[in-house]
Design a protein around this ligand. Structure first.
Ligand code: C2E
Ligand code: CA
Ligand code: CA
Length: 887
């Protein structure tokens, strides 16, 4: 899979690395949380600071109020002393002098106490507070004022106005402080409480001014009366106005306290008295009433001062509570912010980690996949990553399938079902299509190879293994048998009468017969036994693990029985038989060729012993086989050693009774054996190419002989010259060199081609088309062709019409036969042959009657012992031109 395709170029994107995205991802919410927290914290801090400032301011208001009220209370004892020390005043008041003298000490003490109270109140204002400057200023002015009053050289109204100025300055500072306490950033509760303090302080201040004004008005002796009256009325109006404002108090407790104070008999009495005094013109009061009014005023002012203290305490408590609340909220905000920050950080970290981990995993897998290893893709992480992983996973699955298919193809495992599975997507379709293409072309090639191999190893007619394959199979079986020590059997099955079927019903019928015979044999043998066709009508059956020779013999009988059943082929009812030869491997020396030769030899004996039987290859045959091998060697040696000789049998013209030609017949003058006839060694020589060597030798010898006779006695011009007939074996005729051999002999001898006759047996003509081509070539050359032993085969005369043949030699058996009808048959052959323009030679004429008949039947030529026996060249040559002795 390394070469899945061109390796994709690594994508070097311009995008920032992942960590940068993730950092941004983490930082943005964190920043948001920090900013939000800061904003909230800032507002909470401002709130707390506002509350603290309000608390501070309220305290300042209270302190200033106390100082102011104290300053105003200082006026009464000062005025009292002025009255006491002024005898005219005492007179105008109607107070007896002794009484006043008795009051002086207590007035001095009261003035002293009031001063001390004022000093304490002013000193209580902290130097850091808003009212500190006002307090210092008041203290300075008071020092001057007090010095003036103690000196006694002062005007009451001046002192009075100066005291009021100090009080007003303190009041202004008090208002400023109160305003500072009600800034925007002060919490609402504190703000309301501060207002409450202002309202109460306003009333207390308005009330505390009443007494000095009341007294001043009372002591007024003339020029001040209008101004002081006006001031008194103003103060009353301010008081009533401040009293109305008390309804605006926000705190329930203060309202309740105020209700009690207002409805108190002290207040109601004083209010009635003062309202009479200020509204309907001041009447001089008797001293007792004046004193009790003063006492009532003191009492009421003290209560109002308590109310102020109460309002201040409450405001301070509320401001402190507000400050604590704001601080608490700030802490909570900060904690919440911190918590959120942590959560955001953790969340972002977790998210970042999970995203980066899953992306990292995915990237790693993608790299591995791009490098060609089809790893398992893990689907994890956020949905988008899972989607990508899923897609990658299915891509890998497709690639795996492609890989599986490619591997199956590479292994040659074309039957694998994985190859049938379609592949997804357009690429998959293309790959699948090409895989299918490969598979089908490989299959086609395999089928072709199989067909070719089958063709090379099988007989196309019967589909059985052919000769070559039979030898291969036998060789393999012998090897197996050698290892196992078991016997291997081979049955050679040679059909009987098949040739007749072929000749009389045609090749199509013959083919049908062969197929049927093959089918029957295959049905008879055991599973594992193999039936092969060697060619023609020869078959073999290979049997492995043979237990006894008898089993093979029985199989041979069963084969014969099966084959011998009637056969319906190409519309004909025919019968064939079989001769079976059995050979068994006995020792390690047996090879396939030898075993086949042994079985063949045994089958040959079965044929010779009457056909339709089974023969075992036995010791006798073994001997024959070895003798045959020896004989072959001897023939080869004999040919080389010049042991071969030719005899010439003259052929006679029947009509004119004279020699018109010769047939060359071979003899082997074998040392120690005498003259060996050709029937004893020609068939052996025909078992190999040795026959070609013999034939070639005869061709040269015979042509040279006739050429020699001609040279010795040259023929007269126009004279009919004797011919030379040479026997050529079918095997030699099938050899492509036969034409060249004949031409060489003619060239070597110088004999005209027309004087040479080549004799071949009729079996050669029908069995081998190549042989016919060679005959045609010979005829072209001018050589005549004679069919030898005509009548022993199955050729009909009609078949000869189109054959390259000049002469017909009727077999000896027909000439010698006395069977009824044979004479007529010979006459018929002669007439038919003449119709086709053939010359007829009768063989084996031994009796004069036979010759007479042949003459009567218009046979052209005759050959036989009656005329001449085959004879040495010298004798034969002498017979040229001599008349034939006829009996
Ligand atoms: P063939 O070609 O049919 O030769 C004729 C055979 O019949 C010869 O036997 C001959 O001696 C014999 N014969 C001739 N007249 C008579 C007769 O009146 N009565 C009897 N009983 N026999 C007669 P031979 O020479 O033994 O040859 C036998 C066969 O050997 C030949 O039969 C031929 O097929 C083969 N042969 C002989 N010489 C050669 C040869 O040079 N080359 C080849 N390939 N085959 C040869
Ligand atoms: Ca012959
Ligand atoms: Ca013959």
């Amino acid at each position: 899979m390394r070469n899945l395709g061109r390796r994709p170029a690594r994508q070097h994107g311009r995008g920032a690395p992942l960590w940068l995205y993730l950092t941004a991802l983490v930082l943005i919410p964190v920043l948001g949380v920090v900013v939000l927290t800061a904003v909230i914290a800032r507002s909470r801090t401002a709130e707390a600071a506002g509350a603290a400032r309000a608390e501070e301011a309220v305290r300042a208001v209270a302190q200033l109020d106390a100082a102011r009220s104290s300053v105003e209370h200082e006026i009464v004892p000062v005025l009292s002393l002025a009255v006491i020390e002024d005898p005219s005043a005492a007179v105008s008041l109607g107070i007896p002098s002794f009484l006043l003298a008795g009051q002086r000490d207590s007035a001095v003490a009261a003035a002293q106490e009031a001063r001390e109270t004022t000093d304490r109140a002013l000193a209580a204002v902290p130097s850091s507070s808003d009212g500190a400057a006002a307090a210092r200023h008041a203290a300075d002015r008071l020092t001057g004022l007090r010095a003036r009053t103690e000196s006694g050289a002062f005007r009451i109204e001046d002192v009075y106005v100066d005291y009021l100025e100090v009080s007003s300055a303190l009041l202004t500072a008090q208002r400023r402080a109160a305003a500072a306490a009600s800034s925007e950033e002060v919490p609402a509760t504190t703000l309301r409480a501060t207002r409450d303090v202002e309202i109460v302080a306003q009333l207390a201040q308005a009330a505390s001014r009443q007494m000095p004004l009341f007294l001043a008005g009372h002591f007024d002796a003339g020029e001040l009366s209008a101004g002081s009256r006006l001031a008194g009325q103003n103060a009353w109006l301010a008081y009533t106005d401040a009293r109305r404002q008390m309804d605006d108090l926000s705190q329930e407790s203060l309202r309740t306290a105020w209700l009690q104070l207002r409805t108190d008999p002290v207040t109601t009495r004083l209010d009635r008295l003062l309202s009479d005094q200020f509204e309907s013109g001041q009447a001089r009061l008797p001293l007792t009433q004046l004193v009790s009014t003063l006492l009532l005023g003191n009492e009421r002012d003290a209560r109002l001062a308590d109310l102020v203290v109460r309002a201040v305490d409450s405001a301070q408590a509320l401001a402190a509570a507000d400050r604590d609340l704001a601080n608490g909220r700030l802490t909570t905000t900060l904690q919440l912010g911190l918590g959120l920050l942590l959560a955001a950080l953790l969340g972002a970290l977790f998210l970042g980690r999970s995203v980066s981990r899953s992306l990292g995993l995915l990237a790693g897998q993608a790299t591995q996949i791009s490098e060609g290893s089809l790893v398992e893709v893990q689907v994890a992480g956020p949905r988008e990553v899972r989607t990508v992983s899923g897609a990658l996973g299915s891509a890998v699955a497709s690639l795996r399938r492609i890989q599986d298919q490619a591997q199956a193809v590479a292994r040659g495992d074309l039957a694998n079902t994985v190859l049938d599975q379609p592949l997804p997507g357009p690429l998959g379709e293309v790959v699948h299509a090409s895989v299918r293409e490969i598979v089908s072309s490989v299959r086609a090639r395999e089928e072709l190879q199989y067909a070719l191999a089958h063709q090379a190893t099988h007989d196309p007619l019967t589909e059985l293994p052919n000769r070559a394959q039979a030898l291969t199979l036998v060789t393999a079986a012998l090897h197996r048998a050698q290892r196992s020590g078991e016997m291997t059997g081979l049955l050679f099955v040679d059909l009987d009468g098949f040739k007749a079927v072929n000749d009389s019903h045609g090749h199509a019928c013959g083919d049908d017969v062969l197929r049927e015979v093959a089918r029957r044999m295959a049905a008879v043998v055991r599973p594992g036994d193999v039936v092969c066709r060697l060619g023609g009508d020869e078959f073999v059956v290979l049997v492995e693990r043979v237990r006894a020779e008898r089993d093979l013999q029985e199989l041979g009988e069963r084969l014969i029985a099966a084959v011998s059943e009637p056969i319906t082929a190409a519309g004909h009812h025919v019968r064939v038989g079989a001769s079976v030869g059995v050979a068994v491997s006995r020792d390690a020396g047996t090879d396939a060729d030898l075993l086949l030769a042994e079985a063949d030899t045994a089958a040959y004996r079965a044929k010779r012993r009457g056909r339709g039987r089974t023969e075992m290859f036995d010791e006798t045959l073994r001997l024959q086989l070895s003798e045959r091998a020896e004989l072959e060697a001897a023939i080869t040696a004999g040919l080389e050693n010049g042991e071969m000789e030719l005899r010439y049998q003259p052929v006679v013209d029947v009509g004119r009774s004279r020699v018109i030609g010769y047939e060359a017949l071979i003899r082997w003058n074998r040392p120690g054996h005498g003259m060996v006839p050709p029937d004893e060694f020609i068939p052996v020589a025909e078992g190999s190419r040795l026959i070609c060597d013999l034939d070639r030798w005869v061709l040269h010898q015979a042509t040279a002989q006739l050429a020699a006779w001609r040279a010795a006695e040259p023929p007269a011009p126009g004279e009919a010259e004797p011919t030379m007939a040479v026997n050529i074996s079918g095997r030699h005729l099938a050899d492509r060199r036969v034409v060249q051999d004949v031409a060489d002999a003619l060239v070597a001898s110088g004999l005209p081609a027309a004087l040479l006759i080549v004799e071949i047996t009729e079996t050669v003509l029908v069995s081998d088309p190549v042989a016919i081509t060679h005959l045609e070539a010979l005829r072209e050359m001018g050589v005549a062709i004679a069919i030898d032993d005509f009548g022993t085969g199955y050729t009909s005369i009609g078949q000869l019409r189109n054959m390259p043949v000049d002469t017909l030699k009727i077999d000896r058996s027909f000439i010698a036969s006395t069977e009824p009808g044979h004479r007529e048959l010979v006459a018929l052959i002669i007439r038919a042959a003449h119709t086709f323009g053939l010359t007829v030679v009768a063989e084996g004429v031994e009796e004069p009657a036979q010759l007479d008949r042949l003459r009567a039947d218009a046979c052209d030529q005759a050959q036989g012992y009656l005329l001449y026996r085959p004879m040495p060249a010298a004798d034969a040559g002498a017979l040229r031109r001599t008349a034939v002795p006829t009996g």
